[in-house]
Write a protein that binds this ligand. Structure first.
Ligand code: NAD
Length: 478
């Protein structure tokens, strides 16, 4: 039977890293759990002239890295995969793609539904979207466009990209991926807030001293130096993931279920970002770049492959963000992200003040929402699992407790098939966050940083500690 989960996925960049490491394993999990069954097909496109059989082999090989299943299930799954060699600029190739999709529509009875997935370099996003439209690939089923990050590299380029794709697809059919929004804890935050009235009552400038968001990685850039040289951590992590995490914690109405209301709420929050002056960038944002470690064993960033010897790209940042809103003005949101930090950790620390005792919460309590690792101990109160903390103002709503955490991409694919845009980023949100990030970037680009300035395996430059000390605060994760 044709349902909303029946569809043809056309994956542009079907031979690439993202497709093999994230998309195919996630589609396979959905297949094994029965969410994807008979009525789906995947067309991988890329420049190389592969056969269907060869493509299927690459899919199975990538699955073998993650699953120990009987190869027979993988082979059954791979029968849904087809390959079409394709150059993004060649109109003829889109016609071939259209014909193949039409044929597979009949073969797999997919109800003419299409998911166009951009797993290619961002410079091609606009071109592909325009060709999908102009070559008539769209059908009378649903036609959803999925865009990977990065969505632009500043406000101007994001506007240009958005202009290009919105000529071809209406905003309601565009699914901009921020994979943090697919993570269990981020999706659970509204439920946690809505189900813990005392905690929710305390989430404002009367009771919160500060909020801290840390996305720390222990690895360096590995083999992605070329990409990283065009980005830096401010663009790569703060503009998107960190802002979206703040959106989940700080938006006004956690009970909202309607995507439009949720996004309006988040847009209002981002519109209230206090954009920094050049002088404020100097005092409120710190940047760093990793050096070797203290034994001299690790490569410094400037020694990585495809990285300039005098690169000024930052691999670490810490900053102090403020909002001008009734709920949050006066509360610093400290954010921090970096490579080659001592451990991988993604967490939100909400530090309450003394007045919170009026609500029955111990003065100066710190609530930590652990985003990663994704299992167990996901809410800490003063560093202890909430169940053992002796305070009961916050707990998981029963049905929300983690059991078998779904991979972020798996959950996002289900949302795409269901037409649920709650966990995707909307253009209005991006516009506000880019505007904010641009003010920092412009100041940084006008100055020469003193890089490298932190050793691999450390918490970043000392200035990141001083940023909080100046306000009489300190990082909860240190
Ligand atoms: P990749 O270089 O591994 O793959 C790129 C794909 O595009 C390949 O299949 C290649 O054949 C195809 N391609 C290149 N030029 C083409 C052309 N002219 N015509 C048609 N196809 C062409 O890249 P990736 O790491 O898989 O990244 C893909 C996208 O996903 C990028 O936008 C990237 O920013 C984003 N992304 C990737 C990751 C990741 O973990 N790899 C994470 C987040 C976002």
């Amino acid at each position: 039977m044709v349902t909303e989960k029946s569809a043809i996925f056309i994956i542009f960049g079907g031979s690439g890293d993202l497709a093999h490491r994230k998309l195919y394993p996630s589609l396979f999990r959905l297949y094994k759990s029965g969410i994807l069954k008979d009525h789906f097909a995947v067309i991988g496109t890329a420049r190389r002239p592969w056969s269907d059989d060869y493509f299927r082999e690459t899919v199975i090989t990538s699955l073998e890295d993650y699953f120990e299943d009987d190869k027979k299930i993988m082979e059954e799954f791979a029968k849904h995969f087809f390959y079409q060699s394709h150059d993004v600029n060649d109109s003829e190739h889109y016609i071939a793609l259209k014909n193949l999709a039409a044929k597979l529509d009949d073969q797999f009875e997919t109800g003419h539904n299409r998911v166009y997935y951009m797993a290619i370099a961002p410079r091609f996003f606009g071109t592909v979207a325009e060709h999908i439209n102009s070559e008539g690939l769209k059908t009378d089923g649903y036609n959803r466009l999925v865009i990977e990050k990065p969505f632009g590299r500043d406000l101007d380029s994001a506007c240009e990209l958005n202009g290009n794709i919105s000529k071809a697809f209406p905003e309601d059919d565009i699914y901009r991926i921020d994979h943090y929004l697919g993570k269990e804890m981020i999706q659970d935050i509204p439920h946690i807030r809505a189900n813990n009235p005392v905690f929710e009552k305390a989430l404002n400038n009367q009771y919160v001293s500060n909020v801290q968001v840390t996305l720390a990685e222990s690895l360096g850039v590995e083999d992605r130096g070329g990409y990283y040289e065009t980005a830096g951590v401010l663009r790569d992590m703060v503009q998107n993931h960190i802002m979206q995490i703040i959106g989940a914690v700080a938006s006004d109405d956690p009970k909202a279920t309607d995507a439009k209301i949720i996004h309006k709420d988040k847009t209002n929050l981002f519109n209230s970002l206090k954009v920094l002056t050049a002088e404020q960038v100097d005092t409120d944002f710190v940047r760093g770049q990793y050096d070797t470690d203290k034994l001299g064993d690790q490569k410094a960033y400037r020694q990585e492959d495809n990285v300039a010897e005098d690169s000024e790209i930052e691999t670490f940042t810490a900053g102090r963000i403020e909002f001008e809103s009734d709920r949050w003005s006066g509360v610093p949101f400290y954010v921090r992200s970096g490579k080659r930090m001592p451990a991988k950790s993604s967490r939100i620390d909400i530090v309450f003040n003394e007045k919170v005792a009026d609500l029955g919460i111990k003065a100066n309590t710190v609530v930590t929402l652990l985003i990663e690792p994704e299992d167990g101990n996901s809410i800490l109160i003063n560093g202890i699992n909430y169940k053992e903390s002796g305070q009961d103002f916050i707990k998981f709503p029963e049905e929300e407790e983690f059991d078998s955490a779904r991979e972020a991409y798996e959950s996002l694919i289900i949302d795409i098939l269901s037409g649920n845009r709650v966990h995707f980023t909307l253009w209005d949100e991006l516009r506000s966050t880019w505007k904010y990030i641009d003010s920092i970037r412009e100041r940084w680009d006008s100055q020469t940083p003193d890089f490298p300035n932190y050793l691999s395996g450390t918490m970043g430059p000392d200035a990141a500690e001083m940023l909080l000390e100046r306000d009489g605060n300190s990082w909860a994760w240190d």
